[in-house]
Design a protein around this ligand. Structure first.
Ligand SMILES: Nc1ncnc2c1ncn2[C@@H]1O[C@H](COP(=O)(O)OP(=O)(O)OP(=O)(O)O)[C@@H](O)[C@H]1O
Length: 698
């Protein structure tokens, strides 16, 4: 076995050295001592690989050996923990270098296509990102549709078969005629005739010497058409060299050897299978492939540094990419009208339900009335006639029936009048000194079921209002003698009829806008990341900043429509007062929406799957809603928790919105600008946090 390897090693070394020039710039890809782990799992271990310029490099290896991980490191979507990678002469993501960008065509293993797009939309989108003119895109599209045997260009991706989708994905990678093609299993699920055609195309384009290809495949017969083949196992390259008839045999033998070694390592007490990598063959450096060492494996990797101006330009967002992403979002919205209507109407439905169901006066409350006065002209009858009938439903009963009823939960209160109520009340007005019995007999007696505080408070309020109306209308000039010695003057702000709905609405508007923005952002980003779309756009040259800005601008459009509908409803339909500047109201709500978007970005940066993202969004929903003083005033929150409440994004913002709408205040008031300042502070914090998490997680 070892003699076979030695023989092959020497022959392949000669082949490669004969066919490849030695300059650094002649390598499309160079990987030197590359290591990458997922947590404790070491996936790439001191891997060395060289893709010569103008060659097809076939990467073979059993499932799970790290091929996809290696390709992700090469395109730069994953950072390596150690080692060096150069792609077309520079490290991936080097400032001013078009990798990621139009120099690479990347076909990821996941299909990474927008399901709501047509084939034409898909290719147009990637054409825009690569800066192709519409004529160039159209010409390439016609060629690719014909070459890849794709259905009508107006067919929706979601209606295509698995193989057709894979071909569209390959088409997107080939679109801009890149210098380097990185293809992760492009021929899975493709019929043999088309597979042969794809390989023929790859062979043709590399013949120009300007295009290089690295391709992973499980089909050994395909790999024979590559110029160089790399055999990978357990995170390192076992062999690298030109393919020949014994390739399959060698590969199987290498895998078997590696299996035996793995089982020996597995039984050793020292860590996982890849940790002890020195003993593959005694005395052999495992970072060097057995069958051949790609040219330049031992070369020093040069240090790369970029001018600060190039770095600064590299960081600036490209409007072309932002526009392409925004058009993409608009096209997707157009293709999902149901979802768009839901996004527009949901806030209106929510706020309408709040205005209709929260904070209003209870209606039709059953109250037992025990009136021991029988005369129709008695004061008790007159007083009861002033009681608001829509809220309080009076049920005349005997004393026993009334108390049986309230104990059985049939009535919320009992209103009782003594048989001398009228004469005692008159005495209270006319006589200078009255006995306790007269005061007691001239009072309305009320027994309440206080288990429902809102109903009890409403009954008290309605009785006070009825008594005041009775005193004002029936007792004439002497009325002041029985009036309460407390007088509420005209309110400074608000009106006598202000109900709890008025308090709740501004906070509710802010929290609805905030949470919808959180949910939609987190969900769309998590799904796009899960489906590999974010990575694919990134490899096409779209930066995280451009993705975030494009999402922000598109989402602002949705938020604007939501806010217009919300304000129309609360101001015109539910007649909420607005004494202040409508512009300030709109700006504050929009800023809260942006805070929601930035928080959604944090969730999507930190979390990979939609279930966990949903849990995170739901997990903070109720605590934040309750502690922010939206449903119930902050003044009721116990102290340690109140400090937390004041730090939350919606507490001061809700207060500011109430001050603008109900007090007519402007930005010169601390309670107003504080709401804006806290909102902007949270915005900045969330955006920085999302960027940091994204950077740490690549
Ligand atoms: N995001 C991740 N988090 C943790 N482990 C991962 C992650 N992605 C891949 N792995 C693990 O890394 C190892 C290599 O995976 P990779 O996808 O690179 O293999 P592969 O050679 O491309 O396999 P296949 O041929 O089946 O596509 C596997 O053990 C896999 O479970």
């Amino acid at each position: 076995m070892s003699s076979l390897f030695q023989l092959k090693e020497e022959r392949m070394k000669v082949d490669l050295e004969a066919s490849l020039p030695a300059g650094q710039e002649d390598y499309a890809i160079q990987c030197r001592d590359v290591c990458r782990s997922y947590g404790k799992l070491k996936v790439l271990s001191n891997l060395n690989l060289t893709v010569p310029q103008g060659h097809i490099y076939g990467l073979l290896g059993p499932s799970g050996c790290g091929k996809t991980t290696l390709l992700k490191c090469i395109v730069g979507t994953l950072k390596i923990s150690r080692g060096h990678i150069t792609v077309l002469g520079k490290p991936p993501a080097f400032p001013g270098h078009d990798v990621p960008g139009k120099m690479v065509g990347y076909m990821p293993q996941d299909l990474a296509l927008y399901n709501e797009f047509t084939i034409s939309d898909t290719l147009t989108f990637f054409g825009r990102i690569h800066g192709l003119t519409s004529r160039e895109t159209q010409a390439r599209m016609n060629f690719l549709i014909d070459f890849l045997d794709l259905p009508q260009k107006h067919s929706l991706v979601r209606n295509l078969s698995g193989g057709q989708r894979r071909r569209v994905s390959l088409g997107a990678a080939l679109l801009q005629n890149p210098e380097l093609l990185i293809l992760d299993e492009p021929t899975v699920g493709v019929d043999p005739v088309l597979r042969a055609k794809i390989w023929q195309h790859l062979v043709e384009i590399v013949k120009t010497g300007k295009v290089s290809v690295i391709i992973t495949t499980h089909y050994i017969e395909e790999a024979r058409q590559a110029n160089v083949v790399g055999l990978m196992r357990n995170g390192h390259l076992l062999a690298e060299g030109p393919p020949d008839a014994t390739l399959e045999h060698a590969f199987l033998q290498l895998c078997e050897t590696s299996d035996q070694i793995d089982s020996k390592r597995g039984s050793s007490p020292q860590g996982g299978p890849l940790e002890n990598s020195q003993s593959f063959e005694s005395g052999r450096d495992e970072s060097r492939p057995i069958l051949g060492v790609g040219p330049g494996a031992t070369e020093e990797v040069p240090k790369y540094s970029a001018d600060w101006k190039v770095r600064a330009r590299h960081l600036l967002p490209k409007w072309r990419n932002i526009a392409a992403l925004m058009i993409k979002t608009m096209v997707r919205m157009k293709r999902m009208p149901g979802s768009l209507c839901f996004q527009f109407l949901l806030p209106v439905i929510q706020i309408s339900l709040i205005c209709l169901c929260v904070g209003g006066d209870p209606r039709g409350i059953q109250v037992a009335v025990v009136n021991n006065e029988t005369s129709p002209s008695a004061y008790s009858q007159s007083l009861l006639s002033f009681l608001d009938n829509s809220s309080v439903h009076q049920v005349p009963l005997s004393h026993t029936e009334a108390f049986d009823g309230i104990y059985n939960g049939e009535y919320w209160g009992v209103i009782g009048f003594g048989k001398n109520f009228t004469s005692y009340l008159t005495k209270r007005m006319l006589q200078r000194q009255v006995s306790r019995e007269v005061v007691d007999g001239g009072s309305v007696h009320v027994w309440l079921d206080l288990t429902n505080r809102q109903i009890a408070l409403m009954l008290q309020k309605k009785l006070h209002e009825a008594f005041q109306a009775f005193v004002d209308n029936k007792l004439g000039s002497m009325s002041y003698l029985v009036a309460l010695p407390i007088k509420f003057e005209e309110p400074i702000y608000g009106s006598q009829n202000t109900d709890f709905t008025t308090f709740v609405t501004p906070g509710a508007v802010l929290s609805i806008t905030f949470y919808l923005a959180v949910g939609l952002t987190a969900l769309s980003f998590v799904l796009e990341r899960k489906e590999g779309l974010l990575d694919r756009c990134w490899v096409a040259g779209v930066s995280s900043m451009e993705t975030m800005l494009a999402h922000l601008f598109s989402q602002l459009f949705v938020i604007s429509v939501q806010i217009i509908l919300l304000l129309l409803f609360i101001l015109l339909v539910f007649k909420m007062p607005n004494e202040g500047s409508l512009v300030l109201v709109i700006i504050l709500i929009v800023l809260q929406g942006v805070t929601g978007i930035s928080f959604g970005l944090v969730i999507s940066a930190a979390i990979d799957d939609e279930q966990s993202a949903n849990q995170a969004a739901l997990g903070i929903f109720y605590p934040n809603l309750i502690i922010s003083g939206i449903i119930w005033p902050v003044e009721c929150i116990p102290y340690p928790l109140r400090y937390l409440s004041l730090a939350l994004p919606q507490t001061y913002a809700s207060e500011a919105l109430r001050c603008i709408m109900y007090r007519g205040w402007g930005l010169s008031r601390m309670m107003v600008w504080r709401g804006f300042a806290v909102t902007l502070g949270w915005n900045t914090f969330f955006l920085i946090l999302a960027t940091v998490i994204l950077k740490l997680r690549t």
